[in-house]
Design a protein around this ligand. Structure first.
Ligand SMILES: *[C@@H]1O[C@H](CO)[C@@H](O)[C@H](O)[C@H]1NC(C)=O
Length: 298
């Protein structure tokens, strides 16, 4: 007998044995029990899985435009082809049209600019979906990150992910030897730079010239870091373990797990809801500040 049939019989029999409870209210109760028993309580939030959006491929390098709620990511198809995608708050996906090959995106939320890294330069993505060349024409750009005031940009270029620093509104480009190579470049609001090399997360503290490995993180399964709207620096590993990084001490503290495996990318929206990218899907965990099930006991 299938699970659904069992559930159905259960509903019929229970609703008959309990005439005050309608089938609808029972279903509601079952959904609520399911919701409440799956709540995750850590990091001062009650996380609940709100939805799963299926994609055909692996979502990588997720970023969220806090003002609009648009989720930007790179979709890597089964055939290993990359395309830049936007998941709109309406639930619709849109492929971003670029001149060449789109490889990753960066949302500079502080200065409200969305950048696209392509195999021929860095572009700005406008709200009407048009794009405009910004800098690094002729460079095969894999990753982009921007300093807090938007005045310095860091790019990592193919084939070695060599990092360059771009200033003067895109006019000046120089090698950035402090980070020899790396992907998942991220800058926090204090201009510390984070990157991943062979699945290990590093920090280059502002004012320093040598990056260091972040203490307290697994050294072989990191997906990257993400700076939240409240300025927390989060890191996540492939098993959806969430860590808070203290940049001052270059160390991380484990805060909990979403119990999802095969994580490739993660991001937080303006309300601290957590998006997790795994092969075939983007999962959204709502961050509830208060316990939505105060009377529920597991
Ligand atoms: C998404 O994929 C899962 C399995 O990976 C499947 O159970 C679910 O029905 C799919 N959802 C939609 C809306 O297609």
């Amino acid at each position: 007998m299938s699970k659904t049939t069992l559930l159905f019989l259960f509903i019929i029999s229970s609703s008959q044995s309990n005439p005050v409870m309608t089938r609808q209210s029972l279903l509601k109760q079952i959904n609520r029990d399911h919701f409440c028993s799956n709540l995750l309580n850590f990091n001062n939030f009650y996380y609940s899985l709100e939805e799963q959006k299926n994609v055909s491929g692996i979502p990588a390098d997720m970023n969220i435009h806090w003002k609009t709620g648009n989720v930007f990511f790179t979709l890597i198809s089964e055939e290993m082809k990359m395309s830049l995608q936007v998941l709109r708050p309406s639930g619709e996906f849109e492929t971003i049209k670029v001149a060449g090959l789109g490889q990753s995106t960066t949302v500079d939320n502080l200065n409200d600019v969305v950048y696209l890294a392509t195999d021929n330069g860095v572009y700005k993505y406008k709200e009407d979906s048009s794009i405009e060349l910004y800098t690094a024409l002729g460079e095969d750009v894999m990753y982009v990150a921007v300093s807090n005031d938007g005045s310095s940009m860091y790019i990592a270029t193919w084939p070695q992910n060599r990092v360059h620093k771009i200033t003067n509104d895109g006019q000046k480009q120089e090698m950035f030897s402090a980070i020899p190579n790396g992907h998942g470049l991220t800058v926090d609001t204090r201009n510390n730079i984070y990157f991943v090399a062979t699945k290990t997360s590093y920090i280059l503290k502002n004012g320093y010239s040598i990056p260091i490995k972040i203490k307290g993180l697994p050294s072989d399964k990191m997906t990257g870091v993400f700076v939240s709207r409240s300025d927390e620096v989060y890191a996540m590993d492939e098993n959806s373990n969430l860590y808070v990084v203290d940049s001052e001490s270059a160390s991380a503290r484990h805060v909990g797990s979403f119990s999802v495996s095969g994580v490739n990318s993660f991001a937080l929206d303006s309300a601290d809801n957590v998006m997790i990218g795994i092969k075939g899907a983007i999962l959204k965990f709502n961050a509830n500040e208060r316990n939505p099930c105060p009377d529920y006991h597991k």
